[in-house]
Design a binder for this molecule. Structure first.
Ligand SMILES: Cc1cc2nc3c(=O)[nH]c(=O)nc-3n(C[C@H](O)[C@H](O)[C@H](O)COP(=O)(O)OP(=O)(O)OC[C@H]3O[C@@H](n4cnc5c(N)ncnc54)[C@H](O)[C@@H]3O)c2cc1C
Length: 181
């Protein structure tokens, strides 16, 4: 958890990386009411992706955020064939199971838009490597500085709930799809 002490960077959390994990995390945290800044070293979340772009059914079932994926960005397939370098392969398919082949660059841009719609701020072409450790947090240069704090409830993992003070538990509920939000 990072708390701003500067006029320029006003964030409760700074997320590094605007890809699947970072954008999902940022969206959940922003929806939970936290001020979130995402640092992404690329200029566009859809560029230079290292993925075949296939989403497994388990992810679709468990990650509520994916429910809203636009239909034109995904194509449902019943099985996949995985090839080894020696061209031996294994087919993966099971009754009731499926995969989504995606237009991954557009999925990433859609995820970024979701995060921003939730209130997260994404700063592109900004590497966390440029941040400098200070005694109490990080100095993000022209973005400002931030102070690391204990999560609500302290380091023991206790959580404090309230309309204006969401917590880690709330975020985990969103990620697992258990929350109504
Ligand atoms: C060849 C290949 C094929 C794959 N195919 C699939 C697949 O079909 N299905 C699947 O589910 N998974 C696949 N994967 C795994 C895939 O990498 C992950 O599912 C997914 O990309 C992980 O997302 P992530 O957000 O954790 O990390 P990443 O996608 O690696 O994203 C990290 C992000 O952080 C940014 N970043 C890194 N360091 C910094 C920094 N210091 N400052 C600012 N920004 C930074 C990067 O630019 C990037 O945008 C594949 C992986 C590979 C290598």
């Amino acid at each position: 958890m990072v708390q701003s002490n500067s006029f320029r960077l006003q964030a409760d959390c700074v997320v590094v990386g605007a890809s699947f994990a970072g954008l999902a995390c940022a969206t959940v945290l922003a929806r939970a009411g936290l001020r979130v800044t995402v640092l992404e070293r690329k200029a566009d979340p859809g560029e230079k992706l290292h993925t075949t772009g296939i989403i497994v059914k388990d992810a679709i079932d468990q990650i509520a955020l994916l429910d809203g994926l636009p239909a034109e960005l995904v194509h449902r397939i019943d099985g996949v064939r995985l090839y080894a370098p020696n061209l031996r392969y294994v087919d993966l398919a099971a009754p009731g199971y499926y995969f989504l082949a995606t237009d991954t660059p557009e999925v990433m841009r859609w995820l970024a838009a979701q995060a921003e719609r939730a209130g997260a701020s994404i700063v592109y072409q900004k590497s966390f490597g440029e941040a400098k450790r200070t005694q109490s947090g990080f100095d993000f240069g022209d973005l400002g500085t931030a102070v690391a704090t204990q999560p609500p409830g302290g380091s023991a993992g206790r959580t404090r709930r309230g309309p204006n003070r969401p917590n880690r538990l709330t975020a985990l509920e969103h990620l697992s799809g258990d929350s109504q939000n």
